[in-house]
Design a protein around this ligand. Structure first.
Ligand code: ADP
Ligand code: MG
Ligand code: ZN
Length: 545
């Protein structure tokens, strides 16, 4: 039987599918050819099959590194149900059970072995090349401190390539911005790994952001006529999950709170009720949803703003997996921004986290197509507005911003794409501050060309250009701004740019939510108070810090 026939036969026989999804076949082929690779595919895109199928076709066992012990068992059960021999190896097992698994591995009894990164150290000394066909690193973004979910145990995975240079290493993730992608390959010691970048677009998800005021009444209105539909409300605090769930129950909805403070029995019970359509609504902290395979989630609401776009994208991605229209609604409030900033305070990579939070805030404040902003973040450039987001449905007022955009782009260009937003704005506005003078930027041609526009407004226009994919932020490199190919079209080929008229929309969000923050008692430090003043007074934050 030819390899091709074999592949599709096995696809049908073990998985019941007639065709491959985008990128799956190319990845399978690379692994069969023993090539290292990095696959960036959205949640639900079918990453598992990419290493499960080659495992069936190659000599030896596929070692799958997976971060969640809780999910390993499910995966192994699912494989066994499909007639594939599989096992897992982690710290939840007794020593004798672990030995049994190793025995099976040596005797070539299993095609796939799921291992927690923390348990690799126990396994590695006993492993021999002839036992293994490939290494699959699931949730590979956990290896990068630049990623959004860093796991120290992942950093030792570079050892795999060192110890087994001939065995292909395949890294899989659903969320990695461009710089994180490179970091993953470098740390896994697979610098020449081929990148398989699947589209991140989930066209069926309606993207909507609203000011975070009067959230509960808004949610009740949103849920009108949705009583039977499955949905998830994400909150920052455990307390809020309980409070909101209770309020919904009082209003006649079936809702349950879910958070890490509940016992594991309770949690799996709630999860079961949700998956089997017994409880339609879950009000949860971000602890909920990882690995839940439920296709008919019709809506996701973010009661609070997520801390970065990766998290947001993953969470909204839990809706509409069946491809049917689904709604996502994010409540954006300045109070959340402040609280999230606080959360980063003890973090070793605070700088990245703050930068990612800024991007999340910029997305929330976007006035142009949200899908374009979202996809650009993951390195995917699309030209057309999506027609399925709030800004596409009810566009703000636009003006021909070509000249202003040209000024901004040319400032970025003349600053050699080395400076972050604030400096670019300072130069455009002709600011006379020490930072500008110390670098002699007052001599640059674009110095002061936008001095008639308010500081905060210039900043907003720059953010609009980022959201439109004209400029790119490298937040791993001090937030410097870069020109994308689109910017070059604008600068050199006369491409037109629409900019949204800045009216009260953005400003009113800040104002209203500041009031709300006060009532929620969030302003207990001077720093926060200053931040709110900065926003209210329309001056950049560093002015008051
Ligand atoms: P990911 O790990 O990328 O989030 P999974 O590997 O869990 O995604 O797959 C998501 C769903 O897609 C699963 O239900 C899986 O059975 C299904 N699936 C995977 N490949 C195919 C395919 N080629 N055709 C149809 N369904 C597929
Ligand atoms: Mg997966
Ligand atoms: Zn859109």
């Amino acid at each position: 039987m030819s390899a091709i026939a074999n592949k599709t036969t096995l696809l049908k026989k073990h998985f019941g599918f007639d065709t491959f999804r985008p990128n799956q076949e190319a990845i399978v082929n690379d692994l069969l050819a023993k090539k290292d690779l990095l696959a960036i595919m959205p949640t639900g895109g079918g990453k598992s099959l990419c290493f499960q199928l080659p495992a069936l076709m190659m000599q030896g066992t596929a070692i799958v590194v997976s971060p969640l012990i809780a999910l390993m068992k499910d995966q192994v059960d699912a494989l066994q149900a499909n007639g594939i021999s599989a096992a897992f190896y982690n710290s939840s097992q007794s020593a004798s059970l672990q030995n049994e698994v190793i025995e099976q591995l040596y005797n070539q009894k299993i095609k796939l072995l799921y291992v927690a990164p923390e348990s690799l150290n126990l396994l590695l000394p006993n492993l021999k090349e002839e036992h293994i066909c490939l290494f699959a690193i699931d949730e590979a973004h956990c290896i990068s401190a630049w990623g959004h979910d860093f796991r120290p145990a992942y950093t030792q995975l570079g050892k795999l390539k060192k110890q087994f240079p001939k065995i292909p290493v395949a890294a899989f993730t659903a969320t990695a911005d461009v710089a994180t992608q490179d970091d993953i390959a470098q740390q896994l010691q697979i610098p020449s790994a081929k990148k398989h970048l699947a589209s991140f677009d989930r066209k069926n998800l309606f993207l909507e952001v609203r000011p975070g005021t009067q959230r509960l009444p808004q949610i009740l209105k949103f849920l009108k006529n949705k009583k039977e539909e499955s949905g998830i409300i994400y909150c920052l605090s455990r307390k809020n999950t309980e409070k909101i769930a209770q309020k919904l129950v009082e209003k006649g909805f079936e809702a349950q709170a879910y958070h890490a403070g509940l016992s594991s029995e309770k949690r799996s019970e709630i999860q079961d009720d949700f998956v089997n359509d017994r409880t339609p609504i879950i009000v949860a902290t971000i602890a909920f949803g990882m690995g839940i395979d439920k296709s008919n989630v019709r809506w996701v609401i973010h009661y609070n703003m997520p801390k970065n776009i990766e998290g947001y994208y993953q969470e909204i991605g839990r809706s509409g997996r069946d491809g049917l229209p689904s709604n996502t609604l994010l409540f954006y409030s300045f109070a959340d921004v402040i609280q999230l900033r606080q959360f980063t305070e003890d973090s070793p990579n605070q700088e990245f986290q703050l930068a990612k939070l800024d991007r999340m805030q910029q997305y929330s404040e976007a006035l142009s197509c949200r899908r374009i902003a979202l996809l650009n973040y993951f390195g995917e450039h699309v030209a057309e507005d999506c027609g399925n987001c709030d800004n596409c449905k009810t566009p703000p007022q636009f003006f021909d911003g070509t000249i202003l955009a040209q000024k901004i782009c040319s400032a970025v260009y003349r600053l050699k794409e080395q400076e972050p937003i604030n400096m670019v704005v300072d130069v455009l506005r002709g600011s006379k501050n020490a930072q500008v003078f110390s670098k002699a930027y007052q001599k640059i041609k674009t110095y002061g060309v936008a001095k008639d526009v308010a500081w905060l407004d210039v900043q907003q226009y720059v953010i609009q250009l980022i959201n439109q994919g004209v400029l790119e932020i490298r937040f791993h490199e001090k937030g410097r701004l870069l020109l994308t190919p689109l910017a070059k079209e604008i600068l050199f080929n006369g491409k037109k740019v629409k900019l949204a008229t800045l009216q009260t929309k953005v400003k009113s969000v800040a104002k209203e939510t500041v009031n709300q923050a006060e009532t929620e008692g969030l302003f207990d430090s001077l720093k926060q108070l200053r931040l709110s003043i900065a926003k209210e007074e329309n001056v950049p934050a560093y002015v008051v810090f």
